[in-house]
Design a protein around this ligand. Sequence first.
Ligand SMILES: NC(=O)c1ccc[n+]([C@@H]2O[C@H](COP(=O)([O-])OP(=O)(O)OC[C@H]3O[C@@H](n4cnc5c(N)ncnc54)[C@H](O)[C@@H]3O)[C@@H](O)[C@H]2O)c1
Length: 252
Amino acid sequence: MTGRTAVVSGGASGIGAATAALLLDRGWNVVTADLRDAGAETREPSGAVRLPVRADVTDEADLDRLARRTRDRFGRVDAVVTCAGTADNAPVREVTPARFSRTLALNLVGTFALCRLFVDDLAAARGSIVTVSSVSGLRGSPDRAAYAASKGGVVALTRQLAVELAAEPVRVNCVAPGSTLTPLVASAQGDERTRRAILDAIPLGRYAEPREIAEVIAFLAGDGAAFVTGQVWGVDGGQLADAGWKHPEAAR
Ligand SMILES: NC(=O)c1ccc[n+]([C@@H]2O[C@H](COP(=O)([O-])OP(=O)(O)OC[C@H]3O[C@@H](n4cnc5c(N)ncnc54)[C@H](O)[C@@H]3O)[C@@H](O)[C@H]2O)c1
C-alpha cells in the first residue's frame, strides 16, 4: 500500500495510454479506467503496479466499482487524469440536440463524474486533478459545435473545481492539447486536405506525439506543480498563440 496512485480514464489508448505509461515509468501505481480495458494487473520494471479496470465513465455503477477496486487495491488516490473523450465533428445543421448531448455526456459530464468520485481520496492525499480540454475548447474552428462546447465546459469546470477545492487542498489543472497523433485524431480529422489545413495552423508545423501531452500532464499532476492550480496549459505547438496569418512568403 505504498507509493503514489493515479487514476487515468481513457488509459487504454492515445494520450491516456501515454500518460499511464509515463506515470508507471516514474513509479506511480496507475489504475486505467477505460471501456476497452480489461485483463490482469501487471507490475512494471519500475516496481509500480498497473490495474486496468473496464469502466464507462458515464455509468454510475461502473464508477462505483472503479472506486471500490481502486481503494481496495491501493488505499489512496494522489491524482486523477480525465482523458476519456470523444470527438463527433459535424457541421452545425447536422448536430442534433441528441448528438450534442452525447458528446457532452462523455466529455463534460464524464469528466465531472470522475473528479467528483475521488474528491475525498484526493483531499486525504493532498492530491491533484488534471483534466483534458483541447484547443477547440478555447478557439472556434469548423464542425466542432458539440466538441468545442464540451471542451470549453472542461475549462470552466477546471477553474471552478480549483477554486472550490483549494482549501482541501486539491489542485486542479487542465491541458489543452492541439492535434495529437492518436486513433481519435485519425478518425476525426477526415481527409488529407483537412489534415493539411490543420497542420498549416500549427506554428511548430507538426502534430504532437501523445508522450508530449503526457509529459505536461505528469508535471501538473506531481509535486513540481505544487503551487499551480486553476491553469489551462496549451500543449499545441504554438497554435493558441498564433494570430492566424502568415507572411505571404512564409505561407506553406
Ligand atoms: N488527439 C487529439 O488530437 C486531441 C486533441 C485535443 C484533445 N484531445 C482529447 O484528449 C483525450 C484523449 O484523446 P485521444 O486522442 O487519446 O483519444 P483515443 O481515442 O486514442 O483514446 C480515448 C480513450 O477513451 C476511451 N473511452 C471512450 N469513451 C469512454 C467511456 N465512456 N468511458 C471510459 N473510457 C472511454 C476509449 O476507449 C479510448 O481508449 C480526449 O478527451 C480528447 O478529446 C485529443
